[in-house]
Write a protein that binds this ligand. Structure first.
Ligand code: 3HC
Length: 643
């Protein structure tokens, strides 16, 4: 089938786009649509044109893989204009997602009809750019300035019913989209046509609107430039004629397209899409995943259970005794109560989620499950005892996984029958929210087991990344190095608060010391103490000194900073200065840029070692780990990309 085909239903032409996987607007597709517009303009007997797409979605946008290359004709803004000025009205028939350039094409059509399951949006800012084919200029004409600002500056798509309320689509239909769109076209032809989108006026917003938006968006964007540039483009569209606004938008688009931020965001975009289906597992079929179990109902176990339930898997939750079972269920309910409070789930949905959970302390309930994830206390003896029981009760082909973050999975699996089905699945807390999943095979893990880990990642909507065995795998190993670098900078005479500020300026939500105060300094301390007790040479960190002085973070009223009761804002601490004084060499304090360069440089250096040792499969996986597990600013592309 060619990329654009035309067929006819009486006096309505149907233009079908077929450019798998997502009908992205490659040069060939733009040309195909242009040619269709030319041909249909002069075809006798045709009164309207329905534009519809084959496959899983309407046009999902410009072809991002063309962004590194010089723009080729026909340019997208011209194509949108060509469709808008066609002699017969075009009707976009939307299923799946009409995104970016795809939605811009739809806005060039005289009408938009969408399936109720469809969504529309302008996600360009998530790629570090602004819409480049009238998204900032036509959207306010269709839906008003406020809706345009929401859509364009957040990049978040909206579902068809909401899009209809906003004025972005004209009709929401269900069933046979093609038939519905043709019927819509026939009805529409009976009345005078509405003006083309570009000819519609824009109502000016309330006084002070732009200033308020600028402040709010700048605060949210934390250094990311595209959202503010998009706002400026919408503002311009309200102030100057259409053609002038288009020129302004295009110039902004082309400027940002070549920017470092856009390159970084494209890097993450493609890395995220490559991650769930690694090439080396292309020919390996995963095992079926119909039921799952979680051992341990603590914060992590309950979070994993919630993630499994969110994906629709029935879950068996196992704890030591009746009391612990109740606590585990309460933890799970607590997670869902939070989701209800934030409007993410209804009470009825929570009931449905909970009704899919069977909880108890009897391992025999696991006789037929497909997958078990162990999330018990991080102690080798406790974990081994769990797997010893699992080995006895589970089917020989059930996948058995540990959620350990620091222990050696090989040691956990020691003595397990059929170790080929054993694997590490390292979730990040809160496990039902955080996207990252480190998948850690042992030398014994079968390819099918590994492929099943990735299949689970896809099922849960996670970003799965394969990690080899070393202390801390990819993420926590880099975190350790990152914290060590932060301490080294402080030891050399830069203030603790300056390091935190530098990393916030770089784009992290929190600096390394503030983050430790929030999470607690004692966990890493206990790990170091454990290693010392086991005879390893682990030298004293500044954090050790603070913990020994009772400063474990916010929960003890102080860590790297002091905290006033009921106040989470960190205050530089004289007590800390006194405790650490002997360890700090008076020297020249580093400025923000030098601090972040050293911190990110240290992460990248550790990343290179991780690659050299084969712990990570590729540099982009390390970037995904940092972006999705550790708050590395997405628009910087991750430490490997940044370096
Ligand atoms: N360009 C090129 N390739 C794209 C693409 C795009 N815009 N969108 C998706 N793809 C590719 C993916 O890389 C992936 O390739 P692979 O199979 O080789 O790995 C394949 O299409 C399938 O993508 P997903 O795995 O993401 O498929 P899903 O079905 O899960 O999701 C989707 C479909 C919701 C359309 C999702 O792909 C998506 O959100 N795509 C990005 C949409 C986007 O950002 N559009 C705006 C582009 S910028 C623009 O239009 C500028 C304009 O204003 C000028």
């Amino acid at each position: 089938m060619s990329i654009v085909t035309i067929d006819r239903d009486g006096d309505i032409a149907v233009v079908t786009v077929n450019n798998p996987p997502v009908n992205a607007l490659s040069q060939a597709l733009r040309q195909g649509l242009w040619d269709a517009a030319e041909a249909l303009d002069v075809e006798q007997g045709i009164r309207a044109v329905v534009l519809i797409c084959a496959g899983r979605t309407f046009i999902a946008g410009a072809d991002v893989s063309e962004f590194g290359k010089p723009p080729m004709e026909p340019h997208l803004p011209d194509l949108v204009g060509r469709i808008e000025t066609a002699t017969k009205p075009w009707i976009a028939a939307i299923h799946g997602s009409a995104l970016g350039g795809g939605f811009e094409v739809a806005m060039g059509c005289r009408f938009r009809v969408a399936l109720d399951s469809a969504s529309v949006g302008l996600p360009e800012v998530t790629l570090g750019i602004v819409p480049g084919a009238s998204g900032t200029v036509r959207t306010p004409r269709l839906a008003g300035v406020e809706a345009a600002v929401e859509l364009v500056t957040t990049g978040r798509p909206v579902k068809a019913p909401r899009a209809a309320q906003m004025g972005l689509v004209d009709a929401v239909v269900s069933g046979d989209l093609r038939a519905e769109a043709i019927a819509f076209a026939r009805t529409a032809l009976e009345k005078p046509l509405p003006p083309a989108t570009s000819a519609r006026p824009i109502a000016a917003p309330e006084p002070g609107f732009w200033e308020a938006q600028e402040t709010a968006i700048a605060r949210r964007a934390k250094g990311e430039v595209a959202p503010l540039r998009a706002l400026a483009s919408i503002r311009r569209a309200t102030e100057v004629p259409f053609a002038e606004a288009m020129a302004f938008e295009r110039a902004t688009f082309l400027d940002l397209r070549g920017s470092d931020q856009a390159a970084a965001l494209r890097h993450i975009f493609f890395a995220e899409r490559a991650a769930p289906r690694p090439g080396h597992l292309a020919d390996v079929a995963p095992l079926p995943l119909r039921t799952a179990a979680v051992i341990g109902g603590g914060t992590m176990g309950a979070g994993i259970a919630a993630a499994l339930r969110d994906a629709g898997l029935p879950v068996t939750l196992i704890e030591r005794d009746a009391e612990a079972v109740e606590r585990g269920l309460a933890n799970l309910r607590g997670i869902y109560a939070g989701a209800v409070k934030r409007g993410k789930l209804t009470e009825a949905q929570v009931e449905a989620r909970m009704s899919g959970v069977t909880a108890g302390s009897d391992y025999s309930a696991l006789a037929d499950v497909d997958l078990v994830i162990e999330a018990v206390f991080e102690e080798i003896g406790v974990k081994r005892a769990v797997f010893e029981q699992l080995g006895r009760v589970c089917r020989p082909d059930a996948v058995l996984a540990t959620n350990t973050s620091y222990l050696d999975p090989r040691a956990i699996a020691e003595g397990l029958r059929n170790p080929a089905r054993f694997i590490g699945l390292h979730f990040f807390s809160p496990a039902n929210v955080m996207k990252l999943l480190e998948i850690v095979p042992t030398p014994d893990t079968a390819p099918e087991t590994l492929a099943t880990g990735f299949a689970l990642g896809r099922m849960l909507g996670k970003i799965p990344v394969q990690a080899g065995i070393c202390e801390g795998f990819i993420g926590n190993r880099i975190l350790k190095r990152y914290r060590a670098e932060a301490e080294a900078i402080v030891r050399q005479g830069t203030a603790i608060a300056a390091v935190d500020k530098a990393m916030r300026d770089y784009g992290f939500a929190m600096g390394p010391f503030e983050a430790q105060d929030l999470g607690g300094l004692d966990i890493a301390y206990l790990q170091r103490e454990g290693a010392r007790a086991a005879g390893q040479a682990v030298h004293e960190t500044l954090g050790d000194i603070l913990v020994r002085a009772g400063r474990k973070g916010q929960k003890t009223g102080g860590g790297w900073y002091d905290y006033l009761p009921g106040d989470r804002s960190p205050k530089p601490s004289d007590a800390v200065a006194a405790l650490l004084a002997a360890h700090i060499q008076p020297g020249a304090a580093l400025d923000s840029a030098a601090i972040s360069a050293r911190m990110v440089g240290a992460m990248a250096d550790e990343g290179r070692k991780i690659l050299d040792e084969g712990i990570a499969q590729r540099a982009s996986d390390i970037d995904l780990v940092e972006v999705h597990g550790y708050g590395f600013p997405r628009w910087r592309g991750g430490p490997m990309f940044a370096a």
